[in-house]
Write a protein that binds this ligand. Structure first.
Ligand SMILES: Cc1cc2nc3c(=O)[nH]c(=O)nc-3n(C[C@H](O)[C@H](O)[C@H](O)COP(=O)(O)O)c2cc1C
Length: 168
Protein backbone atom coordinates (compact mmCIF):
# COMPACT_ATOMS: atom_id res chain seq x y z
CA UNK A 1 0.00 0.00 0.00
CA UNK A 2 1.61 3.28 -1.16
CA UNK A 3 -0.55 5.89 0.52
CA UNK A 4 -0.59 6.73 4.24
CA UNK A 5 -4.32 6.04 4.41
CA UNK A 6 -4.68 2.50 5.67
CA UNK A 7 -7.87 0.52 5.91
CA UNK A 8 -7.60 -0.30 9.62
CA UNK A 9 -9.76 -3.44 9.41
CA UNK A 10 -7.63 -4.81 6.59
CA UNK A 11 -4.42 -3.83 8.39
CA UNK A 12 -5.60 -5.76 11.48
CA UNK A 13 -6.41 -8.76 9.32
CA UNK A 14 -2.93 -8.66 7.81
CA UNK A 15 -1.27 -8.31 11.23
CA UNK A 16 -3.34 -11.28 12.42
CA UNK A 17 -1.38 -13.49 10.00
CA UNK A 18 1.57 -13.15 12.38
CA UNK A 19 0.93 -16.00 14.84
CA UNK A 20 1.80 -15.07 18.40
CA UNK A 21 1.70 -16.40 21.90
CA UNK A 22 -0.74 -14.86 24.36
CA UNK A 23 0.02 -13.10 27.63
CA UNK A 24 -2.05 -11.61 30.40
CA UNK A 25 -0.30 -8.70 32.07
CA UNK A 26 -1.24 -7.64 35.59
CA UNK A 27 -0.58 -4.48 37.57
CA UNK A 28 -1.60 -3.35 41.03
CA UNK A 29 -4.47 -0.90 40.80
CA UNK A 30 -5.05 0.60 44.21
CA UNK A 31 -4.26 -0.93 47.55
CA UNK A 32 -5.61 -4.46 47.36
CA UNK A 33 -6.73 -4.56 43.75
CA UNK A 34 -5.11 -5.67 40.53
CA UNK A 35 -5.97 -5.16 36.87
CA UNK A 36 -5.28 -7.57 34.01
CA UNK A 37 -5.09 -7.18 30.25
CA UNK A 38 -4.72 -9.75 27.47
CA UNK A 39 -1.76 -8.82 25.27
CA UNK A 40 -0.16 -10.41 22.22
CA UNK A 41 2.22 -7.53 21.41
CA UNK A 42 4.74 -8.86 23.94
CA UNK A 43 8.28 -9.17 22.63
CA UNK A 44 11.80 -9.68 23.88
CA UNK A 45 14.07 -6.62 23.56
CA UNK A 46 17.42 -7.11 25.29
CA UNK A 47 19.22 -9.88 27.16
CA UNK A 48 21.63 -7.64 29.08
CA UNK A 49 20.04 -5.65 30.57
CA UNK A 50 16.95 -7.93 30.49
CA UNK A 51 14.27 -5.88 28.71
CA UNK A 52 10.90 -6.78 27.20
CA UNK A 53 8.17 -4.69 25.59
CA UNK A 54 4.48 -4.63 24.87
CA UNK A 55 2.12 -2.02 23.49
CA UNK A 56 -0.85 -0.60 25.35
CA UNK A 57 -3.82 0.94 23.56
CA UNK A 58 -4.43 4.57 24.46
CA UNK A 59 -8.16 3.98 24.03
CA UNK A 60 -8.34 1.09 26.52
CA UNK A 61 -10.40 1.80 29.62
CA UNK A 62 -7.61 0.18 31.62
CA UNK A 63 -4.97 2.42 29.99
CA UNK A 64 -4.53 4.57 33.12
CA UNK A 65 -4.03 1.56 35.41
CA UNK A 66 -1.17 0.23 33.27
CA UNK A 67 0.29 3.57 32.21
CA UNK A 68 0.90 4.60 35.81
CA UNK A 69 2.05 1.18 37.03
CA UNK A 70 5.63 1.13 38.30
CA UNK A 71 5.72 -2.67 38.03
CA UNK A 72 3.80 -5.34 36.14
CA UNK A 73 3.80 -9.10 35.71
CA UNK A 74 3.71 -10.74 32.28
CA UNK A 75 2.06 -14.17 32.25
CA UNK A 76 2.80 -16.19 29.10
CA UNK A 77 -0.22 -18.47 28.88
CA UNK A 78 -0.41 -22.16 28.21
CA UNK A 79 -3.43 -23.71 26.47
CA UNK A 80 -5.20 -24.08 29.83
CA UNK A 81 -5.09 -20.27 29.99
CA UNK A 82 -7.52 -19.69 27.08
CA UNK A 83 -10.37 -18.79 29.43
CA UNK A 84 -8.16 -16.36 31.34
CA UNK A 85 -7.18 -14.75 28.05
CA UNK A 86 -10.83 -14.31 27.01
CA UNK A 87 -11.68 -12.99 30.45
CA UNK A 88 -9.06 -10.22 30.38
CA UNK A 89 -9.89 -9.25 26.80
CA UNK A 90 -13.47 -8.40 27.78
CA UNK A 91 -14.39 -4.74 27.65
CA UNK A 92 -14.52 -3.18 31.09
CA UNK A 93 -13.51 -6.45 32.80
CA UNK A 94 -10.00 -5.81 34.03
CA UNK A 95 -10.41 -6.65 37.72
CA UNK A 96 -8.30 -9.64 38.85
CA UNK A 97 -9.76 -12.02 41.43
CA UNK A 98 -6.68 -12.27 43.63
CA UNK A 99 -7.94 -15.53 45.18
CA UNK A 100 -7.38 -17.19 41.78
CA UNK A 101 -3.78 -15.99 41.44
CA UNK A 102 -0.28 -16.83 42.64
CA UNK A 103 1.64 -14.15 44.63
CA UNK A 104 4.84 -12.68 43.18
CA UNK A 105 7.87 -10.91 44.59
CA UNK A 106 7.04 -7.46 43.17
CA UNK A 107 3.29 -7.69 43.81
CA UNK A 108 1.33 -7.83 40.53
CA UNK A 109 -0.10 -11.37 40.55
CA UNK A 110 0.63 -14.34 38.33
CA UNK A 111 -1.51 -17.27 37.19
CA UNK A 112 -0.94 -20.99 37.66
CA UNK A 113 -1.84 -21.40 33.95
CA UNK A 114 1.30 -19.46 32.93
CA UNK A 115 4.07 -21.19 31.03
CA UNK A 116 6.47 -18.38 31.95
CA UNK A 117 6.20 -15.37 34.25
CA UNK A 118 8.25 -12.16 33.92
CA UNK A 119 8.17 -9.72 36.83
CA UNK A 120 9.07 -6.26 35.52
CA UNK A 121 9.61 -2.74 36.68
CA UNK A 122 8.84 0.13 34.32
CA UNK A 123 11.96 0.97 32.28
CA UNK A 124 10.59 3.37 29.63
CA UNK A 125 7.46 4.44 27.78
CA UNK A 126 7.54 5.49 24.13
CA UNK A 127 4.95 6.99 21.85
CA UNK A 128 3.51 4.36 19.56
CA UNK A 129 0.72 6.12 17.70
CA UNK A 130 -2.62 5.02 19.14
CA UNK A 131 -0.65 2.79 21.56
CA UNK A 132 2.23 3.45 23.93
CA UNK A 133 5.20 1.11 23.91
CA UNK A 134 5.92 -0.10 27.43
CA UNK A 135 9.45 -1.36 28.06
CA UNK A 136 9.94 -3.37 31.23
CA UNK A 137 13.12 -4.38 32.98
CA UNK A 138 12.81 -7.98 34.15
CA UNK A 139 13.54 -8.35 37.85
CA UNK A 140 12.54 -11.98 38.23
CA UNK A 141 11.20 -14.77 36.05
CA UNK A 142 10.09 -18.38 36.17
CA UNK A 143 9.12 -20.88 33.48
CA UNK A 144 7.99 -24.48 33.16
CA UNK A 145 11.29 -26.32 32.86
CA UNK A 146 9.72 -29.53 31.61
CA UNK A 147 9.13 -28.70 27.91
CA UNK A 148 6.27 -31.22 27.74
CA UNK A 149 4.52 -29.92 30.85
CA UNK A 150 2.41 -27.25 29.17
CA UNK A 151 1.57 -26.34 25.58
CA UNK A 152 1.65 -22.66 24.61
CA UNK A 153 -1.58 -20.84 23.80
CA UNK A 154 -1.40 -19.34 20.30
CA UNK A 155 -3.34 -16.55 18.58
CA UNK A 156 -3.67 -16.50 14.81
CA UNK A 157 -6.14 -14.70 12.55
CA UNK A 158 -8.37 -13.82 15.50
CA UNK A 159 -8.57 -17.36 16.86
CA UNK A 160 -6.90 -19.29 19.65
CA UNK A 161 -5.01 -22.46 18.88
CA UNK A 162 -2.23 -24.79 19.91
CA UNK A 163 0.91 -26.07 18.23
CA UNK A 164 0.12 -29.23 16.31
CA UNK A 165 3.67 -30.29 15.56
CA UNK A 166 7.13 -28.92 16.30
CA UNK A 167 10.02 -29.74 13.96
CA UNK A 168 13.23 -30.61 15.78
C1 LIG B 1 -5.38 -12.01 21.71
C2 LIG B 1 -5.53 -10.57 22.14
C3 LIG B 1 -4.42 -9.76 22.16
C4 LIG B 1 -4.50 -8.42 22.57
N1 LIG B 1 -3.37 -7.66 22.61
C5 LIG B 1 -3.43 -6.38 23.03
C6 LIG B 1 -2.25 -5.59 23.11
O1 LIG B 1 -1.16 -6.02 22.77
N2 LIG B 1 -2.37 -4.32 23.62
C7 LIG B 1 -3.59 -3.79 24.01
O2 LIG B 1 -3.62 -2.63 24.45
N3 LIG B 1 -4.73 -4.52 23.92
C8 LIG B 1 -4.68 -5.80 23.47
N4 LIG B 1 -5.82 -6.56 23.40
C9 LIG B 1 -7.11 -5.95 23.83
C10 LIG B 1 -7.28 -6.03 25.36
O3 LIG B 1 -7.00 -7.32 25.84
C11 LIG B 1 -8.73 -5.73 25.83
O4 LIG B 1 -9.62 -6.35 24.94
C12 LIG B 1 -9.09 -4.28 25.87
O5 LIG B 1 -8.19 -3.57 26.71
C13 LIG B 1 -10.51 -4.15 26.46
O6 LIG B 1 -10.95 -2.81 26.42
P1 LIG B 1 -11.04 -1.85 27.73
O7 LIG B 1 -9.66 -1.76 28.33
O8 LIG B 1 -11.49 -0.57 27.12
O9 LIG B 1 -12.04 -2.46 28.68
C14 LIG B 1 -5.75 -7.88 22.96
C15 LIG B 1 -6.89 -8.72 22.92
C16 LIG B 1 -6.79 -10.04 22.51
C17 LIG B 1 -8.01 -10.93 22.49
Amino acid sequence: MASDAVDTREFRNALGCFATGVTVITALDGKDEAAGITVNSFSAVSLDPPLVLWSLSRSAERFAAFEKAESFTINVLGTEGAEISSRFAMKGESRVDLAATVPTRLGPPSFAEALAVFECVKHAHYDGGDHIIVVGRVRDFTYARDAGAMEPLLFFRGRYGAITGLKS
